[in-house]
Design a protein around this ligand. Structure first.
Ligand code: C2E
Ligand code: CA
Ligand code: CA
Length: 879
């Protein structure tokens, strides 16, 4: 899961403010749009003015006016006809959008484009149409289309020298980055928009949007100051509805800040502004904020009364996004009032909307990533073109040089007098060739070797018979550094880092492949794969070498690095592999991984290629497949009283293969039963050894959903359970259970009767509701690590986890949190009431012999940080 979900209450800003601001933007743009009415076309102009004027307050009237304008567009033969039709259609689309009829709006807009002609010259109207297209795409939501349209609009307005249009497009881009939860970028766009152009309506939306982002980031004071500035603007515009909306936002913010007096005060002012808004979404929002305040005061009955107003007459299965936080609040209030049925209904609504909002964020993120990737790709292709041209030039120069040399020797024999001239020409050619070689092999900014130079080096390595891989090392947020320090100063960073590396690596191993990105050629790639152990060791070493802050232009800069690795199936690296390493590091940075390994086209395919699976049997007997164990901490007793068995396969020629890759393949090809039976027997053996060493712990084994309706397997597993010394826990994923619920129920009963416990794995990623789970005979929920990852920064995640824990307990289930990576998260889940915790921060999966050592060291104590570093197959992601 990405960095996400700000604080708890995200009151109706999305639903309410955006559309209102869109109207304002449009209205204020009025002056810019030309009206070219003359004589008999006055009717048309009047309708257009009507449409604009009523757009904000009465979109239906605007729609009627736009349609009338369309009728009055004049004769199709007239020169202005196309533009008139296009403008009328555009206003029709704008009003339909405000009426919530975005599909029809999209059609009207296409007519507008057609009327204008697809290849019409850039104009204000065209820019406006592209902006509308972007906003409709946002509503649908189709972020990829929206992003493309905002970028096109920005470029067009730049061309037209219309800073206002540019600012609007920049705000739109900020909106997409907000949806993608890339808040730093979003803030950047809003600020750039305000730098570009300022007027009250644009300020209003930029300030409000920026405040929303600050609120997501828990920067409440910044949010407050922006909301207040927005309120000043709204007051000056004299719009009671806007004032009321911003005041409600301010009130909700005060609740978050814990200042209930101020919250009351702001809400009162909001109500005074718009006393006659009863039964609108906005009055519901105000009631919701009132409930927040009451709940903050511990006045549960008051909160309930306000919530009843918020949800009066609404179908809880169909509420839109802005109600998400109110459902969460209602869940808590009803729970505390001892009304579980109402609490559950709101929890379900909350979960539905939360899933939806994760989907929205995911699709916005993929749009953003795709766009950025395209950009990186384009840049790379440009570099390639430049390199190819230079290479060509070098070749030509070399020929010319040879020719000169021949001329030179010939002339030497004949006319000594011409010697000096020829020689100087030769020198000129030579200098030219050297300059070209320099341009090809040295990066212009840093003077470090380029990827072409590295490739040259690799060719020599091949002759020496070494196998290598490319490791891209990117300075985190280099782009921002460039804008802060300037390109030239920022470029000073890489040579300093390279120098540190030169102490340990040969100079010709190191080059620069993109701004802010070094590349190292390292030993250890083979057969298209990167050897994980080597990679881990290399990354650890490099991080260590480069960890000290660097001084550039008098400023100390902390160095954070991201890595991307690529090897080549053919055995030698080529420029393409540097590109893959660059793509991998870009992905790693975007997804906030420490590193990503590029999967050469074939890795997946070759894995699917059954040759690997055919090795499964022999790998089991040869010991290439092992079980590792990751201990689980009992948060009540402070002891590690169980461990999860995780499969580890290190193939001699493919290196480490992730279970995420071969488990699904085994499921598809029917080999999963053999594999799981092996792991049950192995776990049983290991468990006996742990017991003999004095640790009779329970072992959790992962069971594929496919096996839950395989009678033979179910009976086999039940027999194993009976032989177990410390108890077995079967972890089955939520989605597997949902897939065939009846079969799962029956198998679970059988297993439980023989003494196993059932744990529902990856809880929260599937579509199940807790109501469903009530029917499942399970003992434990294992909350997916996606929900745990950002607990210490995201208060909304804390709420989600807390509600899940409470409801699990209501249903008599224990709750385990996985993915605990640091002490702070551990503290939080303990505080929230989780029963068990598991994660790299406590202990990585270790070999069975090492588990006993670990248990001895931590008998009754929570581990110190030493074990966190125990080297082991880290998270990996494949491009
Ligand atoms: P899972 O059941 O959700 O297992 C937990 C995964 O999270 C493991 O990945 C573990 O190494 C990783 N993990 C543990 N703590 C942390 C942490 O703090 N941070 C992060 N980022 N990750 C953590 P692994 O071993 O790669 O296993 C992946 C999946 O493969 C497992 O997910 C499980 O679904 C499946 N799997 C593994 N072993 C077996 C097996 O023996 N049988 C079956 N059927 N599936 C298995
Ligand atoms: Ca598991
Ligand atoms: Ca899991």
């Amino acid at each position: 899961m990405r960095a996400r979900d700000g604080p708890r209450y995200r009151t109706g800003d999305v639903m309410g403010l955006v559309s209102i601001f869109a109207s304002l933007v449009l209205l204020a743009g009025q002056a810019a749009a030309t009206s070219d009415g003359r004589g008999g076309e006055e009717a048309y102009d009047a309708r257009i003015q009507d449409a604009r004027a009523s757009m904000m307050a009465d979109p239906q009237a605007a729609l009627d006016a736009a349609l009338a304008a369309y009728q009055a567009a004049g004769s199709p033969q007239s020169a202005a006809y196309r533009e008139r039709t296009a403008r009328a259609r555009w206003l029709e689309a704008e009003s339909l959008m405000r009426l919530g009829r975005s599909a029809e709006a999209a059609v009207a807009l296409e007519y507008a484009v057609e009327a204008l002609g697809v290849d019409a010259a850039p104009s204000q109207l065209r820019g406006d149409i592209v902006m509308s297209r972007a906003r409709i795409a946002m509503l649908q939501p189709d972020f990829e289309a929206a992003l493309a349209a905002f970028v096109a609009a920005r470029d067009m307005f730049q061309l037209l020298d219309s800073p206002r249009g540019e600012a609007m497009a920049l705000q739109g881009l900020g909106g997409i980055y907000t949806e993608a939860r890339q808040y730093d970028e979003a803030l950047n766009f809003y600020s750039r928009a305000m730098d570009r152009h300022r007027d009250s309506s644009l300020d209003l939306s930029a300030l409000n949007n920026r405040a929303n982002v600050y609120r997501q980031l828990n920067q409440f004071e910044d949010a407050l100051s922006d909301y207040r500035a927005a309120l000043d603007v709204a007051l000056a515009l004299n719009s009671p509805i806007l004032n009321a909306r911003i005041l409600s936002n301010i009130s909700a913010l005060h609740v978050l800040r814990g200042d209930l007096e101020e919250a009351d005060h702001a809400l009162e002012r909001a109500r005074e502004q718009a006393p006659d808004l009863a039964d609108s979404d906005w009055s519901r929002t105000m009631s919701g904020v009132e409930a927040m305040i009451a709940s903050g005061r511990g006045d549960l009955l008051g909160a309930r009364a306000a919530l009843e107003q918020t949800f009066a007459g609404l179908n809880l299965d169909a509420t839109p996004q802005p109600y998400l936080e109110f459902h969460e609040l209602a869940r808590e209030v009803f729970d505390r009032l001892g009304e579980p049925a109402a609490a559950l209904a709101h929890f379900q609504a909350f979960k539905r909307l939360d899933d939806q909002s994760r989907d929205i964020a995911a699709s916005a993120t993929s749009a953003v990533v795709a766009a950025e990737y395209n950009f990186a790709e384009q840049n790379f292709q440009l570099q390639q073109l430049r390199a190819e041209r230079l290479e060509q030039d070098v070749r030509t120069a070399a020929i010319a040089e040879r020719a000169r040399l021949t001329t030179f020797s010939g002339i030497l024999a004949l006319i000594v007098g011409l010697l000096i001239l020829a020689y100087s020409r030769y020198r000129v050619e030579r200098a030219r060739k050297l300059a070209l070689i320099d341009a090809l092999y040295r990066d212009r900014d840093t003077r470090l070797p380029t990827s072409e130079a590295l490739v040259h080096q690799v060719r020599q390595d091949k002759e020496a018979g070494r196998s290598t891989y490319a490791l891209a090392i990117k300075v985190h947020r280099y782009g921002q550094l460039q804008s802060a320090l300037g390109t030239v100063s920022a470029a000073g960073l890489l040579p300093i880092l390279s120098e540190r590396l030169w102490a340990h690596y040969r100079r010709d191993q190191i080059g620069v492949i993109a701004p802010g990105t070094l590349c190292l050629i390292l030993d250890g790639g083979h057969g298209g794969a990167v050897d994980h152990q080597t990679l881990n060791a290399d990354i650890a070493r490099i991080k260590n070498l480069l960890s000290d802050a660097v001084e550039v232009a008098g400023i100390m800069i902390d160095i954070h690095l991201t890595f991307g690795a690529a090897a080549n199936t053919a055995g030698t690296l080529s420029v393409g592999d540097f590109r893959h390493a660059l793509a991998a590091v870009t992905k790693a940075e975007q997804e906030r991984h420490l590193f990503v390994i590029h999967d050469p086209v074939g890795q997946h395919a070759s894995l699917q290629n059954l040759t690997i699976l055919s090795r499964l049997g022999s790998s089991l007997s040869s010991g290439d497949i092992k079980l590792h164990y990751q201990p689980k901490l009992n948060l009540h007793t402070g002891r590690f009283d169980s461990a999860e068995a995780l499969m580890r396969w290190t193939d001699p020629s493919h290196g480490y293969i992730s279970p995420d890759v071969y488990i699904p393949l085994c499921e598809e090809t029917g080999q999963i039963r053999k594999l799981t039976e092996w792991s049950l027997k192995q776990a049983l053996n290991d468990q006996a050894n742990f017991r003999d060493a004095g640790y009779p712990i329970a072992i959790a084994v992962n069971i594929s959903g496919a096996l839950c309706n395989d009678r033979n397997f179910v009976n086999f597993a039940a027999k194993i359970v009976k032989q177990s010394s410390g108890g077995l826990i079967f972890e089955v994923t939520e989605s597997a259970i949902m897939h065939d619920m009846e079969a799962a129920l029956e198998s679970f009963e059988t297993w439980r009767q023989s003494g196993a416990k059932i744990s529902i794995d990856d809880y929260g990623t599937g579509q199940s509701s807790l109501a469903y789970l009530k029917r499942i005979p399970a003992d434990e929920l294992k909350l997916d690590r996606a929900f745990v990852k950002d607990l210490h920064t995201q208060s909304r995640d804390r709420l989600l986890v807390k509600s899940t824990i409470d409801l699990a307990h209501h249903l008599g289930l224990k709750l385990t949190t996985e993915g605990i990576e640091d002490e702070e998260t551990l503290k939080i889940v303990r505080l929230l009431g989780a029963d068990h915790a598991q994660g790299y921060g406590l202990c990585r999966p270790v070999q069975s012999i090492n588990l006993v050592g670990f248990l001895q060291r931590h008998d009754g104590v929570v581990p110190d940080s030493a074990d966190r570093k125990a080297p082991h197959c880290p998270e990996l992601s494949i491009v």
